[in-house]
Structures are given as C-alpha cells and as structure tokens.
Design a protein. Sequence first.
Length: 92
Amino acid sequence: MSDNNLKALVAISIEVVLMRINGPQYFSVLSRLERDYNCKITDCFDHPEYLKNTLKDVYENSYGKIIDDLENELGEMTSEKEVQDFLNVLRG
C-alpha cells in the first residue's frame, strides 16, 4: 500500500474513532493540534507524539481505550510496519 494511502486511511480511522466517542471532544482535539503543533489529523501519522499528547490531555483516563478502539478500527492495516510503529508511539 502506498504511503499516502496508508496515511489517509489512518487519518480517517482516527477521525471515526474520535467522532464515535464524543463529537465535541473531537473538535477540541482538532483545535489543540492546530494551536499546539500547527498540524491536522492528517499530519499525525508522521508525528504520532502530537496526537498522543493531545489525546492524553483531552481524554485523560479514556486514552487507553481510544488507542484500543483505533487499533480495532485499523484492522488488518496493523500488520503494516509503519502502522505498527505509529501505534507503538501512541502506546509508549
């Protein structure tokens, strides 16, 4: 799978998981990514530490469940090395 396709699918999966959990907090995540890191969800694949810090701030105790949900949403894409590396940063 091409790198751009992989990035797009991961970004969509992040958005789906966050919107499923709580819409207003989703917009808080978008706002904080923009404010703190000058980036969007689509940039998080290259900078997972930005997403990690933002999700921990916004969701606090629910952070682990969000990562579990994201892994489930990604499904078989988790077998891709780049996706595994991305998830390892989020779990680290």
